[in-house]
Ligand binder design. Structure first.
Ligand code: R5P
Length: 293
């Protein structure tokens, strides 16, 4: 197997390759003056099983096009099989038509990846796992929650309360609780489908004086976490922490979250950022070692 280091996940790809003791292929890339993407594989891939590591972080459309071009180049240059490791799978939140006239974006993306030459896909904490069943190739979802929980355990935060900011993330909080050994719960969130505005309903938990860690898959604008942190504070909690798998942290999201009283934001290198304190490399290495596609 050779690991192709996609431009958006070069560091993560290098870490995975090191753990696997596998050769890497670098990718030269640029944008043409008109905005089109260019890539070129800088190594041989003939008769190899190629694993492309390329997250689809912002600008998502560029990352997706690069991924497709890399897959195409790998196949044209003789790769036997192409596996895409895409820790953050962009467009996965549009997994149904919420309003009339909308597409199911994630299904469109999956079909395009198939056409480009991708044979299998590995992702991490995809927004709704059931979307993967509709992909035109085998797709596997991994969970980074044990790694995030371990980060907090190392800080001595066992028995913390794991809180999901909405019902959709309850399985995440439940999974975190298994590692932290405390309790878990969830809030009820509504999002206006036209404005994107988030409102979170107050619930009563017995969390006064406890340490609370809010677990979510994605932080984008930070609206969800800010609303959840506000409620947690109102319930008398002093120490609120945030763990998320995909720290998109758009605009001033980080500043707003910290201003809402959150002590620390911890993310993974699914989206490279300065809050990416937890690496996905061991998780992905294990999957690539056992992969039975
Ligand atoms: C949505 O249900 C997700 O799990 C996240 O809660 C959401 O994407 C976060 O978005 P934002 O940070 O913009 O509120």
């Amino acid at each position: 197997m050779k690991i192709i280091l996609g431009p958006t996940s070069k560091e993560l790809g290098e870490k995975i390759a090191e753990l696997l003791n596998t050769e890497t292929v670098t990718v030269a890339f640029k944008k043409f003056p008109d905005g089109e993407s260019y890539i070129r594989l800088e190594g041989r891939i003939q008769d190899e099983e190629a694993t492309i590591v390329q997250t689809t972080c912002p600008p998502q459309d560029t990352a997706i096009i690069q991924l497709m071009l890399i897959a195409d180049a790998a196949k044209r240059n003789g790769a036997k099989k192409v596996t895409a490791v895409v820790p953050y799978l962009a467009y996965s939140r549009q997994d149904k038509a919420f309003l009339q006239g909308e597409p199911i974006s994630i299904e469109t993306i999956a079909r395009a990846l198939k056409v480009a030459g991708i044979d299998n896909l590995i992702t991490v904490n995809v927004h709704q796992e059931n979307v993967l069943a509709k992909f035109p190739f085998p797709a596997k979802n991994l969970s980074a929650i044990p790694l995030l929980a371990e980060y907090f355990k190392q800080k001595g935060f066992t028995k913390s309360f794991a809180l999901a900011p909405d019902k959709g993330a309850i399985h995440i909080a439940e999974e975190a609780r298994k590692f932290l050994g405390g309790e878990y719960g969830y809030l009820e969130k509504q999002r206006d489908r036209y404005t994107g505005q988030v409102s979170v309903e107050k619930k009563t938990f017995d969390i006064k004086g406890k340490r609370v860690i809010i677990f979510d898959d994605i932080i984008s604008t930070g609206g969800t976490i800010v609303a959840a942190a506000k409620i947690v504070k109102e319930l008398g909690v002093e120490k609120v922490y945030v763990a998320c798998v995909h720290p998109l942290l758009v605009g001033d999201a980080e500043k707003r979250i910290l201003e809402s009283g959150v002590k620390e934001i911890v993310g993974t290198d699914s989206i490279p950022s300065h809050v990416s304190k937890v690496t996905l490399a061991p998780l992905i290495r294990n999957e690539l070692t056992d992969a039975k596609f």
